[in-house]
Write a protein of this length. Structure first.
Lengths: 372, 131
């Protein structure tokens, strides 16, 4: 895809024809990555603002309202403040690992954006192992979190890091299993293929969410497990303010802390984007085929639809955070191993049996075929 | 095909460069006046004692072991899911047997109490009344 973009760019601008193709391709890749990075940072900034506004509304206060109109520039002020803060590395910490941890966490979160299908043609790289890739690359975050917790040489940080690792690891199994129904239906791991498999004339009933009762359940299973994967309340045991101060990043200050923060919001978006692509039809919207529109309009329109759905799910995460209390650590582990894991396994068998018995047809399509 | 993964590499490099760049900018701007107290480990204002690299709960290892088994299973089920609709009944039966064996393992762990975070300890009987 990148190569064809580079070729069309060379064709459009004759002055570039002397440049070798691989250089152009690389240049296009860097530009695309920079655009996605800008989006990720801007989104993370605005998400912190929205989170605080939502918290304010739920707790009957105003929230940030001083910097800029309605406090909208609060995230810029926060960013500059974090940039200017002194960077403290505790004397007892393992300096190399302490410095390495933010890199791993940030890269693990940012690299997952590669396969997010923002629109009809808007995907940095449509890897043929898309879903699998996200699962793999986001495991880097666990390594970073554990390193951060251990290298700080702080009891709170160590406990938080260990808890985070145990939790993320425990919920990775249900997350992986709950995404499988979408893969089963599409017969592909590529996220664009999965989104395309949910199109058609059925409108919202073409989405995997309504395909059959098992996929309906697996969306909620996925969303619950994903909340735990991103360490969000009610599963924010690793950061439990009231017992662990703030968990694995307690010794981090200034801009190093900011990377953990950015990574958490990045993860939230990736998780919501996966849920959107796998269960909520991605950039599909009823009665309008974005692929049939002219390329530019189709992309713009599908980008809007996709962002609306994904950011809606992010907003839901924030709503949940400020509504539900935190689970205890033993409840958390019980939830994963005793409930989510067995349920997702039976659910997977259910979906595959359904596909086998009804030849891959979902309930909406069967109803539609009744009426011709 | 390989170009697709080159994009991944570009993303990883750009991510690392971003972190390094922002740390560099911050280094130019931020103050730097460390004191021994400031660099001491944070323990809610108490004077910290000892190293934190201590033994921790054995449960974490058990969780890691269970995870290892199940994650390998998930990894094996992904390729199965991709070609499931082409293979049909055979694939279903195979996955069914595979999953049932693992669920039997889970049931065993459950029965043995390895899934409990806090294992109930046999309480020592209270000392007898009297002399």
């Amino acid at each position: 895809m990148m190569e064809s973009l580079a070729v069309s760019l060379v064709n459009a601008v004759p002055a570039l024809s002397g440049v070798p193709l691989w250089t152009m391709t690389l240049l296009v890749m860097v530009v695309v990555a920079a655009v996605v990075l800008t989006f990720a940072l801007l989104y993370a900034g605005l998400a912190t603002y929205v989170e605080r506004k939502v918290a304010g509304d739920i707790q009957a206060r105003i929230g940030p309202n001083r910097v800029g109109p309605l406090g909208l520039l609060q995230f810029l002020a926060d960013g500059i403040k974090l940039l200017l803060k002194e960077d403290i590395i505790p004397a007892k910490a393992d300096r190399f690992l302490f410095a390495l941890a933010p890199y791993l966490v940030f890269i693990g979160s940012f690299a997952a954006f590669v396969v997010v299908p923002f629109g009809v043609g808007l995907i940095a790289s449509d890897l043929n192992i898309g879903v699998y890739y996200v699962m793999a690359i986001s495991s880097l975050v666990v390594v970073g979190v554990m390193l951060a917790g251990w290298s700080s040489n702080n009891k709170w940080a160590l406990l938080g890091g260990m808890r985070a690792a145990a939790q993320i690891v425990s919920y990775e199994v249900p997350v992986g299993m709950a995404l499988l129904p979408a893969v089963l239906i599409a017969g592909s791991l590529s996220l664009q293929d999965i989104v395309r498999s949910q199109g058609g004339l059925l409108g919202i009933f073409g989405w995997n969410l309504f395909h059959n009762p098992f996929t309906f359940v697996s969306f909620f299973l996925y969303y619950t497990a994903a909340l735990a994967e991103t360490n969000r309340t009610p599963f924010d045991i690793p950061e439990a303010e009231s017992e662990l101060v703030s968990g694995y990043h307690v010794e981090y200050s200034g801009i190093r802390f900011a990377f953990f923060f950015l990574a958490e919001y990045g993860d939230m978006f990736v998780v919501s984007a996966l849920a959107t692509a796998c269960f909520l039809g991605g950039w599909h919207v009823p009665f309008l085929d974005a692929e049939a529109l002219p390329v530019a309009w189709g992309n713009l329109f599908s980008l809007g639809v996709f962002l609306a759905k994904a950011l809606g799910l992010v907003l839901l995460m924030m709503w949940i955070r400020w509504t539900l209390p935190r689970l205890r650590v033993d409840q958390l582990m019980r939830m994963s191993w005793k409930y989510l894991v067995p349920i997702t396994f039976f659910n997977l068998l259910g979906v595959s049996l359904w596909l086998l018995v009804f030849h891959g047809k979902g309930i909406p399509r069967m109803i539609a075929s009744l009426f011709g | 095909m390989l170009a697709d993964f080159a994009t991944v590499l570009v993303f990883i490099v750009l991510g690392a460069v971003t972190v390094a760049l922002m740390l560099g900018i911050s280094r130019l701007l931020r103050p730097r006046n460390p004191t021994p107290v400031k660099l001491s480990t944070y323990e809610c204002g108490e004077v910290p004692f000892g190293s934190s690299w201590v033994q921790f709960n054995i449960r974490f290892y058990v969780v890691a072991l269970i995870f290892l088994i199940f994650d390998v299973e998930v990894a094996l089920l992904y390729p199965w899911a991709v070609i499931f609709r082409r293979l049909g009944l055979l694939a279903f039966v195979e996955a069914f047997i595979f999953i049932v064996i693992l669920l039997a393992g889970l049931a065993y762990l459950w029965k043995e109490g390895d899934l409990e975070w806090v294992r109930t300890v046999q309480e020592t009987p209270p000392p007898k009344e009297g002399k």
